[in-house]
Design a protein around this ligand. Structure first.
Ligand code: GDP
Length: 431
């Protein structure tokens, strides 16, 4: 049985916590896209961890954690991360890295920074982890696959060829120092030694696991609105954030994905630039939500950048859930809203004097204004509550309003950062 855990919004919905929770009953957890540019924050009995590359299942000794072929693999970062969790007494996780996974090269990180510098004010707000240059090279067919580290002849020739190309750009476009092929080859030998114990033919491993009836979780990064095709292009990430891509980025048949758990946050947040219709423009109001949000404030797990804050957006979330192929919504961080007398919710977009409820393309999105509806708050702390019926009436009202509006079943409600802070619910929308 394969399940996907993905985001409905701009990322940071709390996917890490939901994956960590579902991992308790899973055998394999696999990352299928993205790189070390975003991260998950996980709180468990070992402590608080920010994971950027490792799947959220690494804290359980019964699970195998896999870096799928769709991931942008930063090998030294992966090793740093393994070391950092082992240092906190987490038992050494079982880790496999796909032999078809491609490698983030040191120059990808440099090019990312140089390009942001060149674009200055018009930059994409990249986290400068090399992800965009990495995926560009992958599709330009000049990327390095993990398997190629083990073929010295291929490696040497390719290093020279790629350096010739990159050095033209470095010299003439960016006016930066050239890459020395011999030095790069040495670095790659180091990468080879670091990754060797983990390399595996992952699609074959998963084929066997599926046949044996194992439970497999596909763990997404970011959310629908950051998908390069369906998101707020060009302010998107460089690999698909959709559950459908999980099949490609892990190497499994699409029909094996039986459950798509789409994580949706009870309010909105976004990092970096880009259209954000339900954004709270009053900095005092936004600041309060930011400070109270998540677990210790809404700041990026990797970059520590303050996140932009917004009210729940029904238009964006309905679209976000639809594109994921949602079977279950996990509605998260609801406890944070307990301080508000009234909670605004964005129920439609006003575009050229008309109200629309379908999420439009970016050029139209830029002209949209939010149509807000105020729902009554519940004015208390809901952490610790385990049963749906025990939630305050206005809190249930908020959940049910949103469920009806997005049209996908909310079957899990997260009311705290911990694994156990979860309320399961029977949804009238669940077939
Ligand atoms: P991800 O990238 O989607 O995993 O999101 P983040 O790592 O940014 O997670 C959001 C933050 O919210 C983390 O600090 C989590 O510990 C925290 N979090 C997750 N679920 C809940 C919740 O239900 N309530 C609260 N208060 N915090 C939560």
């Amino acid at each position: 049985m394969v399940k996907a855990v993905v985001g409905a919004n701009w990322g940071d919905e709390g996917k890490g916590k939901i994956t960590d929770m579902l991992a308790e009953k899973a055998d394999i957890i696999i990352r299928f896209q993205g790189g070390a540019n975003a991260g998950h924050t996980i709180v468990n009995n070992y402590g608080k961890f920010a994971l950027h590359t490792l799947p959220s299942g690494v804290f359980y000794s019964h699970t195998t954690s896999i870096i799928g072929n769709g991931v942008a693999l930063n090998i030294p970062k992966l090793f740093e991360e393994i070391q950092s969790i082992v240092k906190e007494n987490v038992p050494m996780p079982k880790i496999l890295v796909s032999d078809r996974c491609q490698i983030v090269m040191p120059y990808h990180i440099l090019f990312d920074a140089y390009e942001e510098e060149r674009l200055a004010g018009k930059s994409f707000g990249s986290t400068k982890s090399g992800i965009a240059p990495f995926y560009s090279d992958k599709y330009a067919k000049i990327g390095f696959q993990v398997s190629e580290l083990f073929d010295e002849e291929v490696l040497k020739e390719k290093v020279q060829r790629v350096c010739d190309l990159k050095n033209v750009l470095l010299e003439h476009l960016y006016h930066k120092p050239a890459i020395d092929p011999a030095e790069l080859l040495e670095t790659l030998h180091g990468y080879r030694d670091m990754v060797e114990p983990y390399v595996c033919d992952v699609s074959s491993f998963l084929d066997k696991a599926i046949k044996e009836g194992k439970t497999i979780l596909l763990e997404g990064q970011l959310g629908t609105l950051k998908d390069p095709d369906h998101g707020i292009y060009p302010m998107v990430t460089s690999s698909s954030t959709l559950a459908g891509y999980g099949a490609v980025g892990a190497g499994i048949p699409p029909y094996e994905i039986k459950q798509v758990v789409t994580v949706c946050k009870a309010y909105s947040s976004a990092v970096g630039a880009g259209e954000f219709v339900s954004e709270i423009l009053d900095e005092k109001v936004a600041g309060e939500l930011r400070e109270r949000g998540g677990d210790g404030g809404e700041y990026g797990a990797t970059t520590h950048r303050p996140r932009r804050m917004g009210w729940f957006d029904c238009v964006a979330s309905r679209y976000g859930c639809r594109l994921q192929g949602t079977t279950d919504v996990a509605f998260t961080v609801l406890d944070v809203l307990g301080y508000l007398d009234e909670i605004p919710v964005c129920v439609g977009y006003e575009l050229d004097g008309e109200v629309i409820d379908d999420f439009p393309v970016t050029s139209k999105l830029a002209k949209c204004k939010p149509v807000l509806k105020n729902l009554p708050g519940w004015k208390c702390d809901i952490r610790g509550i385990k049963k749906y019926e025990e939630l305050p009436e206005n809190c249930r009202g908020y959940i049910e309003f949103i469920e009806k509006s997005i049209g996908y079943p909310i079957t899990m409600i997260s009311n705290g950062p911990g694994r156990e802070d979860i309320i399961y619910r029977e949804s009238p929308l669940k077939k």
